[in-house]
Design a protein around this ligand. Sequence first.
Ligand code: ARG
Length: 471
Amino acid sequence: MTDPLWSGRFSKSLAPDLREFSRSLHFDRRLWPQDIQCTQAHAAALERAGILTSEEKEMVDEALASAAASLADGTFQFEEADEDIHSALERFLTHELGETGAKIHAGRSRNDLVVTDLRMWLKSAILDIASGVHGLQQALADQSRAHENVLAPGYTHLQRAQPVLLPHLLLAHCFALARDFERLMDAYRHADMSCLGAAAFAGTSVPLDPAETARDLGFSKVFENAADAVSARDFALVFLSAAAILGVNLSRLGEEIVIWTSTEFGFASLDDAYATGSSIMPQKKNPDVAELARAKSARLTSDLVHLLVVLKGLPLAYNRDLQEDKEPVFDAADCLIGTLPALTGAVETLTFDYGRLDEAARGQTAGATDLAEAMVLQGVPFREAHEAVGKLVARAEALGNDLTDVSEETLAAFHPSLTAGMLQVLDPRISVNARSSHGGTAPDRIAEQLASVEAVLGAQRELLDSLTVPL
Ligand code: ARG
């Protein structure tokens, strides 16, 4: 078996169980496209530094192209001694090119290589996730546009609170996702720094130009301190925090869909293509997509906690603990890249039951706040109005009536300012139209919110189109 890259000072080969224990190839092999890019850029740097001739650099490029082809089609031959993707590729180059291949690691360490690979990978993954978040926002905005005038009951404490327009609720999720998008782009900026040229942690005597390598690899920044470059993983924490918060927001949207599609609420139905059946109960149509979206927040949270705990108390500079950074990052990205399109499809195809929504929006006492506000507009102190309407609600509930079913005399007995004419605010349309304060649910306000979301979506699209990560 081939010796590991570092075997020079060792008199014994590695114990097989330690070899297995310390290997990361099974999860870091997916970094191969980045490792090839970084190796190409490093070969160019070595050529500029006079370590590789231009012929040698060309040989390296050709060998890398053939490695890329076999890695892409799954025919690349890994060996037992390949600890990780970086050693596998270097071993391949040395095997293919002899002395020329053996020159490639000059001025480079796996420490600066692995973190640069990961930063590159993450930039690309973040763009995929951000476009998934963008797509979900678009689906919510489209549903809002399609249901601009549909009434819906609004809840606090999951008790019917006040009638609103359906887009008021859909856009609330959309605004939350717009902030998720911002956080992801912040994570992109944190990841966007090349660390190649830092070597093990203290720089190198090989005359490299890390800023030029950074430019070759499409990074907008280069590290400033080599020890920081190889040991910092806060860029991954920024991503995992954004991912965990996004996961929580998706879980809340998922829960909303579970509630809305339940028989008890019956406000919405999932399209058959986005619902699942029961193996035993033939009548069941289950919202698994929304439930899974709700549950994924658990693993996204644990991915963040995983890396926080790995990093806590680590001394400078590189420590092997840092090998444990990749799995949570990959897991969080995979989880979101899987969840977002499924949830987007479910939202896009969700149908609403206008009758049920309307009936619930008209629920007997949903206009109580509006009635109290109507009294306030007549000059009644709010607390006094709240008290009078509260008593009126208690009476209606005791009699099984709704608030509109009260005579002029009874109203006056509850408060001298109350008249039958004021009861018109109990009509949910009138009530919704009246709530025209900034960010409120009146039609004009919803139109403003929708326009603002659509402007944000346009800006997001432009930003996504302007960013590409070389792969
Ligand atoms: N597989 C390692 C990692 O993921 C690569 C770096 C190894 N560096 C070292 N000094 N052993 O971190």
